[in-house]
Design a protein around this ligand. Structure first.
Ligand SMILES: Cc1ncc(C[n+]2csc(CCOP(=O)(O)OP(=O)(O)O)c2C)c(N)n1
Ligand SMILES: [Mg+2]
Length: 343
């Protein structure tokens, strides 16, 4: 069968269930991680409303895309991650703990990404090869490309993923990074989480093509569109992109169509620009509910097991909240550490 394509030339990825290499245990691990991420995200949002977490960009609606991608990336012999500010599910899937996450959102002592100097989860975690998460849209993209060039020059069999939003795809850094990566056939996965909004700006005011991945042929790289509310499809689509990268066939622009359920950040009021019916409609594609129903339907998940996952997630989030609330703030004198050189 010919691969279905958009009129712009991007491939529309469909899950090939016969080729899915995940065991029931793998799928349950993915699911329980998604349950944990949702519970953590909801709690952090609540902490913001209580005046305890300064600012939050929720990943609700993006979880399946991020977890599917990270699950596939973890299979590469060497993998590096250059995420953006909405990538909490990716971070948790990679091994960042809820306690570490909560320390960051409350800006407490011991936070490992930036020493509590930046927004939650922003900064770097060299131990996880999780680099340059910042608010400055798309700056992570050239960094990922440079890292991938280094891997290629040192013949390291690596796959590098960089994530960004639909709005971020319009940034100059994005075009420069994609062009350079395609010219040099670098092992990069450009992972666009398209939620159709850049803060309040809807997609049709951001770009004149229908899909971000339609731009891929113009750079000379593979362009793929996947349903980012389907964790298994995203996993498999990313897996293909990882294999392409490892075979030296160059980068992929992988566009995951996702939903954004909450305002852009906790500082935004989306009722000013987004009809409530649209959000309600989007909720029908809730990745957590979809995965739950799929696993229940297949008999992989049971109601009792689901209850257990929910309770475990709640307990872990409660523990992380208490831990971070009791943690001290950094010493004011530490402020200049890691920022300016001392003379
Ligand atoms: C270089 C730069 N320009 C503008 C901004 C302001 N800004 C922050 S987030 C954002 C929208 C990004 O939207 P998108 O890339 O679609 O990601 P989403 O938040 O929807 O996941 C903008 C314009 C910024 N942080 N950095
Ligand atoms: Mg967006």
């Amino acid at each position: 069968m010919p691969t279905p394509r958009t009129s712009g030339g991007a491939e529309r990825f469909e899950l090939n269930a016969g080729r899915l290499d995940l065991s029931p245990e793998d799928m349950l691990e993915m699911y329980s991680t998604m349950v944990l991420v949702r519970a953590l995200d909801e709690r952090i949002w609540l902490m913001n409303r209580q005046g305890k977490a300064a600012i939050v960009a929720s990943c609700q609606g993006h979880e399946a895309a991020q977890l599917g991608a990270v699950w596939a990336m973890r299979q590469a012999p060497s993998a590096a991650y250059f995420p953006y500010y909405r990538d909490m599910a990716l971070a948790i899937g990679l091994g960042v703990t809820p306690k570490e996450t909560m320390l960051g959102f409350l800006a407490k002592e011991g936070e490992r990404h930036s020493g509590a100097r930046q927004f939650g989860l922003q900064g770097i975690r060299p131990d996880l090869k999780l680099f340059n998460n910042s608010n400055v849209v798309s700056t992570q993209i050239p960094h990922a490309v440079g890292y991938a060039l280094g891997c290629k020059l040192s013949r390291e069999p690596a796959a590098v993923i960089t994530c960004f939003g639909d709005g971020g795809a319009s940034q100059g850094d994005c075009h420069e990074g994609m062009n350079f990566a395609a010219v040099h056939k670098l092992p990069v996965i450009f992972f666009c989480e398209n939620n159709r909004y850049a803060i309040s700006v809807p997609l049709h005011k951001q770009m004149a093509v229908e899909h971000v991945a339609d731009r891929a042929p113009g750079y000379g790289m593979a362009g793929v569109i996947v349903d980012g509310t389907d964790i298994l499809a995203t996993y498999q689509a990313t897996q293909k992109a990882v294999q392409r990268a490892l075979r030296g066939e160059g980068p992929t622009l992988l566009e995951a169509k996702v939903e954004r359920y909450l305002p852009h950040t906790s500082d935004d009021d989306d009722t000013r620009y987004r009809p409530r019916e649209e959000v309600q409609e989007a909720r029908k594609h809730d990745p957590l509910r979809l995965f739950r129903e799929l696993l229940l339907g297949k008999g992989i998940l049971t109601e009792a097991l689901d209850q257990r996952f929910q309770q475990q997630a709640k307990a872990e989030v409660n523990e992380a909240t208490e831990f971070a609330e009791q943690a001290p703030y950094p010493e004011p004198d530490d402020f200049y550490e890691h920022v300016y050189g001392r003379v």
